[in-house]
Design a protein around this ligand. Structure first.
Ligand code: ARG
Ligand code: ZN
Length: 854
């Protein structure tokens, strides 16, 4: 069954009020729902309440039990004669048997919910669509010893104790919301508490709720929350609107976190951190996700989505907001580099493959499959382009208008763009193509210079390759920040310009250019495109040393490395000297902060190299990359050791400066090891043992696990024994091994699947082994299809428990067109096996069948 955007119709019935009464028990929870429904406009349709397989125990209309209800495909259909009624239903659900982790489920002995996108229907019968907004009153009753804490959306209004060891609590949420934002939690939890006073003087009680043993790991998340609340007031003028804001950490969670009104529920990996167990990357990700979910209170909750085709309205915008927030906390350049690296790793391949879709899709079978890098990250880039074109003042005026005009409503992407146009004073007619057209535009740029006349002409052209269902592409609006540098003076020729390319081809002239110009283009990654230029290795080396935009500098270095690596993969060898020289220049530059240097000297990933080749050759790519790594290590051995020593801090500190040093230290260690033998392994092992933080410890472990030394076995055992009671650190133990470039990784991973700590029931663990392995390009594509078979076996097993998490792991198999025929056939055979599996979920069916066709 396919849902289409063009088929959208407003709801026939609205539900302005709902009261829920939960009698909680892991094995059998009773849910009584009282819905006040009103007929919307003149029609004689029955009310249709979505369900998730549960059978109503009773159905009452206006206080009287009725029998003329029916179930059609899990939907409860009730004929109604008047225009306003009260509907009461009672159902029973079994949280402890809910392995899908959608609806009400049990995790670590506690009960919690996840409703986005369509999980609420698995709790009670309801019109489960985001344009039905209701005021919620929630009452929970549970065993007091087992579930001492009872939380729900909104503000707590009352609670009490019952005679039979049970207790109850009632919460009211004054803000009308769609049911996907409903949440409740019952558990044995403790809170790290603080107060935040909003700009207008509201005192908000903050709480981060975790198991008692995890309390000491919650300070970072709490600090991030306060910082995010203040940031949204300052930058967007958005204040918090309830008296409480709670975050609950759970171990079993399908994705990162969820923005339920006043009660965010998080995957514990985005809450819990201390220096011994979390890396700098984890710390940063926690702050980003805490901010993201908090920012949803306005971009998502106060203004929600009309239908799920509009998902990027809240997700693209909120990702843009959290990226801007993180950029403000440390190095903006490094943050931008990380974001673009993520976009290239996940979104570009999606846009070039069988699952390509625009940021506002036109059709889906299962909406869960559309929580993608395209909707989130490309969506954020589209917002960023509008912000770039409007400039900060007008962009802020446009978001103010958007929040004011659509507060309390379910809006569309079109509504957002119209506000940008109105307050920004620009025409975004053609720009709207970004919402409807899939695929990554490719921009070609070449510059011709006539020294005699002093004229330089830049020719820009664009094209987007066909994607499934979209054979013909129109030119897009591409805001390109660019600047010319003089090849002799190494100084800018004129100021930076914002060129807005709208046609298939355009020429731009520059006068009085007296020396050869070198082009710096798409500075700051102002448009999410692939840029192809005729710049030589010397030009790229020049920009990597002289460009005054840090991102463009990084980019020139990456392009130089990429060209070298692709040549190496194609021809079996390449000249490495230009890359080595550029690395030395970068290391030598006293202006650059160490975090930036660490990013800039890092080689592009194997899969990104593969993306540049017509046919991906995993072995050739691996060999070329290892050869370059070894040469860089060898040529600069003394230099890496000096950087390594200079970056060795005395004591752990979480600051941008200290983070940069740690990052560079691990990068240096990697290069030392690429060149070194057992002595380098000894250095890594010493770091592993002496580390007072997880960044250094895991950096050393990774170096060992990737290497040939037997010390890796010892390190893995020590690491395992030290952290065997910490699920999040054990995930690292699994994923580090699954990501190793060693020849025996496939065998290791097959063995780890039988390890007593491996389980598909926990999404983090499944992703740590199966997900990590499937993005390890060389290992996944090794063994004559044994890698594909292993992943497919795991996904088929996982689908029986948790279709949503299983379906998310299909894309690596769907890339079969990018490989040689032998690999392609093997990959396709596994996709066929998935499609042919009896009882397959629609999540998996959609992803696998599209991957075969597309
Ligand atoms: N809205 C949540 C967030 O971005 C994620 C929800 C994901 N839902 C899903 N069905 N995959 O923060
Ligand atoms: Zn989100």
């Amino acid at each position: 069954h396919v849902t289409r955007r063009e088929d959208y119709r407003p709801p026939d019935w609205l539900v302005p009020e709902i009261a829920l009464d939960f009698d909680l028990d892991p094995a059998a929870t009773r849910v009584k729902a009282t819905l006040h429904v009103i007929r919307e406009s003149a029609h004689d349709e029955p009310i249709r309440l979505d369900g998730g397989g549960q059978v109503p125990i009773t159905v009452m209309v206006d206080g009287t039990p009725i029998n003329d209800w029916r179930i059609e495909d899990e939907t409860l259909v009730i004929p109604l004669s008047g225009s306003a009624h009260t509907i009461e239903t009672e159902v029973e659900v079994a949280p402890e048997r809910n392995t899908q982790l959608m609806g009400l489920y049990a995790s670590g002995g506690n009960l919690c919910t996840q409703c986005e996108a369509e999980g609420f229907r698995r709790i009670t019968f309801f019109p489960d669509r985001p344009d039905v907004l209701s005021r919620y009153k929630v009452r929970m009753t549970a065993d007091k010893a087992r579930f001492p804490v009872l939380l729900a959306n909104g503000d707590p209004v009352d609670s009490g104790t019952l005679g039979d060891g049970r207790h109850w609590a009632e919460w009211h949420d004054p803000f009308p919301k769609p049911c996907y934002l409903f949440a409740m939690v019952a558990g044995d939890l403790v809170a790290n508490r603080a107060t935040f006073v909003t700009g207008s003087g509201r005192e908000v009680a903050l709480g981060i709720w975790v198991r008692a043993g995890d309390l000491s790991k919650t300070d970072h998340a709490l600090e991030a929350l306060k910082t995010a609340m203040a940031w949204d007031e300052r930058v967007y003028g958005r204040e918090y609107d309830l008296d409480v804001f709670n975050i609950v950490a759970v171990d079993d969670f399908n994705f990162g976190a969820m923005e339920n009104k006043g009660l965010n529920i998080f995957n514990s990996r985005y809450v819990l951190a201390d220096p011994d167990t979390a890396t700098d990357y984890d710390f940063d990700a926690i702050a980003a996700v805490v901010a993201h979910e908090y920012f949803h209170n306005w971009s998502g909750n106060r203004v929600t989505c009309r239908d799920w085709f509009q998902l990027s309205l809240k997700e693209g915008f909120t990702v843009f907001r959290d990226q801007s927030f993180s950029a403000d906390q440390g190095s903006a350049a490094v943050k931008r580099i990380e974001d673009v690296r993520g976009l290239r790793a996940a979104q570009f391949p999606e846009d070039a493959g069988p699952l390509a879709h625009p940021i506002r899709p036109d059709a889906y079978q299962e909406i869960s499959n559309f929580y993608t890098a395209t909707i989130y990250n490309k969506g954020a880039e589209v917002i960023r382009m509008m912000a770039t074109m409007l400039g900060p003042k007008r962009f802020r005026a446009a978001t103010d208008l958007y929040f004011e005009r659509f507060d309390g409503t379910a809006a569309t992407c079109e509504d957002f763009v119209a506000c940008m146009e109105e307050a920004g004073g620009i025409d975004l007619g053609q720009f709207r193509l970004w919402y409807s057209q899939a695929g990554t535009p490719r921009v070609t740029a070449s510059i011709e210079h006539d020294a005699g006349s002093g004229r330089a002409v830049l020719t820009l052209s664009q094209r987007t390759l066909p994607t499934p269902g979209e054979p013909d592409k129109a030119p897009m609006v591409l805001p390109l920040r660019l600047k010319l540098f003089g090849a002799e003076t190494a100084k800018p020729i004129g100021p930076e310009q914002l060129v807005i390319l709208t046609g298939a081809e355009e020429r731009i002239s520059f006068e009085t250019v007296t020396q050869r110009p070198v082009l710096s283009i798409n500075r700051g990654f102002s448009a999410p495109v692939i840029v192809e230029t005729d710049r030589t290795a010397a030009d790229l080396a020049f920009l990597s040393a002289h460009d005054d935009d840090p991102f463009a500098r990084y980019e020139a270095m990456q392009q130089l490395m990429l060209d070298t690596l692709v040549a190496g993969a194609n021809q079996g060898r390449a000249n490495h000297q230009a890359v080595i020289d550029a690395i030395v220049n970068t290391l030598d530059d006293p202006q650059l902060d160490r975090a930036f240097v660490a990013e800039a000297v890092l080689l592009p990933s194997e899969s990104f190299i593969g993306d540049q080749m017509p046919v991906v050759d995993p072995e050739a790519i691996f060999t070329a990359r290892e050869a370059l790594r070894r040469d860089i290590g060898h040529a600069l051995d003394a230099r890496w050791r000096a950087e390594y020593d200079a970056a060795s801090a005395t004591r752990f500190e979480y600051s941008p400066l200290a983070k940069g040093l740690r990052r560079l230290r691990t990068v240096a260690l990697g290069y030392i090891a690429a060149n070194g033998g057992d002595e380098a392994a000894a250095l890594a092992f010493a770091q592993f043992e002496a580390a007072d933080n997880m960044t250094d410890r895991q950096g050393a472990l990774t170096t060992l696990v990737n290497g040939a030394s037997d010390r890796r076995i010892a390190a893995l055992d020590i690491f395992y024994n030290r952290y065997s009671d910490n699920a999040l650190v054990l995930d690292k133990w699994f994923s580090t091994q699954a990501l190793s470039p060693r020849d025996d990784t496939l065998a290791t991973v097959q063995e780890l699947a039988g390890h007593r700590d491996f389980t598909l029931a926990n999404p983090n663990r499944a992703r740590a082994l199966v997900g990590a392995f499937s993005v390890n390009q060389r290992a996944f594509h090794s063994g004559n299809g044994a890698g594909y078979r292993f992943v497919t076996d795991q996904l088929i097993a996982l689908d029986k428990l948790n279709p949503q998490t299983a379906a998310k792991l299909i894309p690596p198999l769907g890339r079969w067109r990018r490989f040689d025929a032998a690999r392609g056939d093997l990959m396709r055979a596994e996709l066929e096996r998935i499609v042919g599996t009896p009882g397959l979920s629609k999540d998996m069916f959609e992803q696998a069948s599209k991957s075969l066709e597309g």
